[in-house]
Structure formats: C-alpha cells, structure tokens
Design a protein. Structure first.
Length: 588
C-alpha cells in the first residue's frame, strides 16, 4: 500500500462518512419530525417501544441520533425512564440495517441482475437521479429531499467502494496481516472497536470501515467479532456526551444505553468463547466478508435484546443506583415549558416540538380566559389566583418559544416548517395578550367583589351574552389553530365583528341607564374596563385567524385581507355575521 492508496483510503472514508451523514439528514428532513414524534406517543407497551426504536433508527440511519433524542425526551419530561429502555433496545437493532446495505459491495456474479445489485452499477444511476431532482427543484420540497437521499446513498456506496479498493493491496502485506492477527485477542479487539466508534461517534460507520477492510482477506472472523462487540460499546459515547448537563433521569437514560451494550457484550463474549473452547468454531479462522459482518452485527443486537428485554426494569434500577438521587432530591415536577436545544440539529423534529408547545400555550390561554369569564359572573378567589398563574405560564411559553424559534430559524428548515414557524411567531404574542386580558378581567371581578358592587339585572344579562360570544370565539380560534385548519379560521372574523357590535350596544345601554340614575359612575368605569378587555380578546383572536389564512394563502398583508373580498365573499361574510348576531341578542 503506497501513498496514493493511503490518499484513496482517506478520500473514500471521507466520502463514506459524508454520504452517511447526508443520507441520514435528508431522511430525517423528509420524515418531517413525524417518525420521531411517534416515539413520544406510542411507548406505553415496551415491546412497541422496541419496534418503534428499531423502525425510527432504520429510517434515520443512526442509533446515536435516536438515543440522543431519547435523552432529550427524558430530560424534557416528555418520556419516562421506563419507556426509554425499549426504544434504546430497538435502536440497537435498527442500526444494523446500514451494515446490510453495505454488504451489497460483496455481491459477485455474472448475470445482469447480480451485476446491477453491485454498488458500482447502481450508485451512478442513483447519483444522477439525485442530482437532477436537487437541481430541478430549487425550493425545499419532497422531491428535493428524495434527491438528497439518493445522492447521499450513492456517495456512501462510492466511498465504501473506494475504501475497499484502496486497502485491497494489503492482502499480501505481512505487517498488516500481523496487525490484524493481534486484534484476534478478544480484549484488544473490543478496545479497538470501542475506540474507533467513540472517535467517529457512529457504530454504523465503524462497521462499514470494518466491512471495507474485509476486502483485503486478512480480516478473519476471529478478529472481526471482538471488534464488532467493541463497536457496540463505543457508540454509547454520543448519548453520554449528550446527557452532560441534563437532569438525573436523562443521564440515567444514557447509562441504560451503556449498560445494555456492556452487559450484552460481556454475556455474548463469555458464552461464545466458553462454547468455543469445547466446540471450536471453524468459521473463526476464515476470512470475513461484508455479509458475514452484517450477520454478526444483527445477531448480537437482536440476541441481546431478546435476552435483556425481560430485565428492562433491572436496567432502570441499575441506572438509578449508578446515578442516585443523593441527599437533596431533585424536583419531581419537571418544568414542561422548555424546549431541549439538543433537537436544534434535527430541525424537522424541533419544529414538531414547537408545534406541540404552542398548542399547549393556546390551551393555557383558553383556560385562562374561560376561567376569567366565569369569575366575572360568579366570583371565586381561588379561580382569580389560578388565572394569574396561567398568565405567568403564558408569558413563559412566549419567552421560551420565541427564543427557541429564533435559534431554529438559522437552521435548514423545509418550506412547510418555515410556514409553520411564521404562524407560530405571529401568534404567540397574541395568545400571550389574551392571557393578559384574562387577568385584567379577573382583577375587575375581584374589584367588584371587594367594593361590594354588582351588575344590575339588565347589565348582567348583557355581559353574560357578550361573555358567551367571547368564549365561543376563543374556542373557535384555539380549535382552528391547534387543528391547523385555515378554513375553520375564516369563521372567526364574522364573530369578532359581532362582538364589536355587542360591545357597542352595551355601552349605549349603559349610558341610558346612567342618565336615568340606574347605574353608578364607579360601576360604569369597571364595566368600561371589562368591555375593553373582552373586545381586545376578540381582536387578538382575529389576528391569529387572519395570520393563519394569509400565510397559508402566501399573502402576508393582513391589513388588506378583508378589504380585498369579492362580492360573493362579502355576501357570504354578511350572511354569517347576521346569523351569528341573532344568536347573541341584546335589546336596545
């Protein structure tokens, strides 16, 4: 092996690692965070968690990425430690898919079908299709993502072939053969495998490198087997690094990943070499090939999962003993108003988390305004305090979401995610203001109670009617927002116009009562504050709805939206307005 072979080896390794990273990133982007989102929802049964972990890892091509996500889930309180075990086990199975794809390099045969299965035959075709899809789709799209996947896979395979070709000359090199023989020592082989994987932080990549070295014919199964075992231990480094600075349960999740691979490796190696003493496995002396490496990699991870699955709770307990609660126990309640920055490197999934958090914020603000309207009619001190708490919570949601989305905006997000980001950024301030007005209304109710005041019969009935309309517009807005339904959002503005009309009628009636001496000036001031607050709430609901409609229509001029109605649209709007006005009657 001369200097040019060494350069080819380095170049092939670089392309291999780049292709693997590119393919994984594009697969994740195409999934749009949905596959990962399944992890946090369907993990109640551990066997399902194993299958989901395997499936997600097979798609995103990285067990390290999956376990890092699990650490983030546990750290954010989205997932329990007991749920994480199954996903971690499944991730180890899913990562073996890559080694099977790479084993295609070892296919031999003279028929056209076998030749087409070789990477040297189909990789150029995939690369050509991929680059065409990328160049003909300038905007972010599904076709462009598919092009990235195909191109990444082609680069991956080309790098693999380049590595295999570069090291093929080592077959007759006595020094290399001697070095490989030394690695047949199980302990040394495991150390080498673990170290290599820890450095490149990818068991799939390190297995691929081992498969490339098999082209020399100098790598026997006696060498490959302990290296593969070590690679499974080395891949735990990524999740351990990710858990630094996280809470205790997140660090425990990383330890479960380490213990699973460590215990599985010790059990496998102990049983295998004890049996080998008696049975003397003949295949250990044979030259390993890419397919054989894939078989060993899969059998170990599937076998370890089968053996350790019944002891999942014991793994959790072992992790808890390793990282105990200590003298001062951590807070049990996790601050749910948080977005883990570990997910910023996976923009599609980070956006999915943001969507989930802004829906929580919307429901929080809806709860606040509903409770404030209830307090206005039936005073309750505890409910006033709860409205104040919910308003503070809404403030925190706005701060966390705003800061996180600013960081996320610098990442490579898809067109659909960019659209969602715009809607969320426009809406969080409106939701926060709704919670502010809810607190103001609750405080007005508190003032009425403290001063021993109250609405007269007719005024009370009018306020109840207006509150019912405001409650309806808030629920309609939150429903359309959470369901991402721009069509439903079109029904918000007619109701907002009705609320403005109702408020105007109530003010006119109040002036008449004031002139007749049927209402006090002090109560009039409070009524004015309440009416202003209710109008502002409906205005913010209108803002959210119009923002959704205009952004989805790619028309960002919200001020001109309703001025550009056609005659038919204006007639439909007026019909709905009149129908709604009849549902909330207020006598003059």
């Amino acid at each position: 092996m001369d200097i040019f072979d060494a350069l080819n080896m380095i170049g092939g390794l670089s392309l291999f690692l780049y292709g693997m990273g590119m393919m994984g990133n594009e697969l994740s982007k195409m999934a749009g965070g949905k596959l990962e989102g399944v992890l946090e929802k369907l993990t109640s049964k551990r066997i399902f968690a194993v299958l989901l972990g395997a499936g997600v890892t097979a798609v995103i091509q990285s067990s390290s990425a999956t376990t890092v996500m699990v650490v983030g889930f546990v750290n954010s309180g989205i997932m329990k430690l007991s749920q994480a075990v199954g996903i971690i086990m499944g991730a180890n199975i899913g990562t073996t898919i890559t080694s099977w794809m790479l084993s295609l390099t070892g296919i031999e045969g003279s028929t056209i079908w076998l030749k087409m299965l070789k990477p040297t035959s189909f990789s150029p075709i995939l690369a050509a299709i991929g680059i065409i899809l990328i160049m003909t789709n300038k905007e972010e799209s599904r076709k462009k993502d598919i092009g990235g996947i195909l191109l990444g896979f082609a680069i991956l395979m080309f790098g693999m072939e380049t590595m295999s070709g570069a090291v093929s000359g080592l077959a007759d090199n006595s020094s290399f053969t001697k070095l490989m023989t030394a690695f047949s020592n199980p302990i040394l082989g495991m150390v080498v495998g673990a170290t290599l994987t820890a450095i490149i932080q990818s068991s799939s990549a390190s297995v691929g490198i081992l498969q490339a070295l098999c082209a020399t014919g100098a790598v026997h199964y006696s060498v490959a087997l302990p290296i593969i075992m070590g690679q499974n231990i080395g891949t735990c480094v990524t999740s351990i690094i990710s858990s630094v600075g996280a809470n205790k349960n997140a660090r425990r999740a990383a330890m479960i990943h380490l213990y699973f691979n460590l215990i599985g490796t010790i059990l496998f190696m102990t049983v295998f070499y004890l049996v080998n003493v008696v049975a003397e496995f003949a295949f250990l002396g044979k030259s390993a090939n890419a397919a054989g490496i894939a078989v060993i990699h899969s059998l170990f991870n599937i076998g370890a999962t089968i053996v350790l699955f019944p002891f999942s709770d014991k793994l959790v307990r072992l992790a808890e003993l390793t990282i105990p609660d200590g003298a001062v126990k951590e807070e049990v309640a996790v601050d749910m108003v948080s977005l883990d920055e570990r997910f910023l490197d996976r923009p599609a999934f980070a956006m999915e988390l943001c969507r989930g958090k802004v829906r929580e914020m919307a429901q929080t603000c809806l709860k606040a305004i509903n409770m404030a309207l209830d307090v206005l009619q039936n005073y309750d001190k505890e409910k006033v305090e709860e409205v104040v708490r919910l308003e503070a919570l809404a403030d925190k949601y706005e701060d966390v979401l705003g800061s996180y989305l600013v960081k996320l905006s610098s990442k490579n997000v898809t067109a659909a995610d960019s659209q969602s980001m715009s809607i969320i950024l426009h809406s969080i301030s409106d939701f926060e203001r709704i919670s502010d007005h809810a607190m103001d209304i609750a405080k007005s109710a508190e003032e009425i109670d403290k001063k021993g005041l109250g609405f007269k019969k007719h005024a009370r009935k009018e306020v109840e009617t207006l509150c019912r309309a405001v409650n309806d517009i808030c629920e309609l807005t939150v429903d359309s927002f959470c369901e991402d339904d721009a069509n439903k959002a079109t029904h918000v503005e007619p109701l907002e116009e009705v609320i403005d009309t109702l408020s105007k009628k109530i003010k006119e009636n109040h002036i008449k009562r004031l002139q007749k001496g049927k209402c006090t000036i002090e109560m009039g001031y409070i009524l004015e504050d309440v009416l202003t607050g209710l109008e502002r709430v409906s205005d913010h609901c209108s803002n959210i709805a119009v923002e959704m409609i205009t952004i989805y229509d790619n028309d960002y001029n919200t001020h001109e939206y309703f001025q550009n109605f056609s005659k038919e649209e204006k007639a439909t709007f007026d019909d709905e307005y009149n129908r709604l006005l009849a549902l909330y009657p207020i006598e003059k």
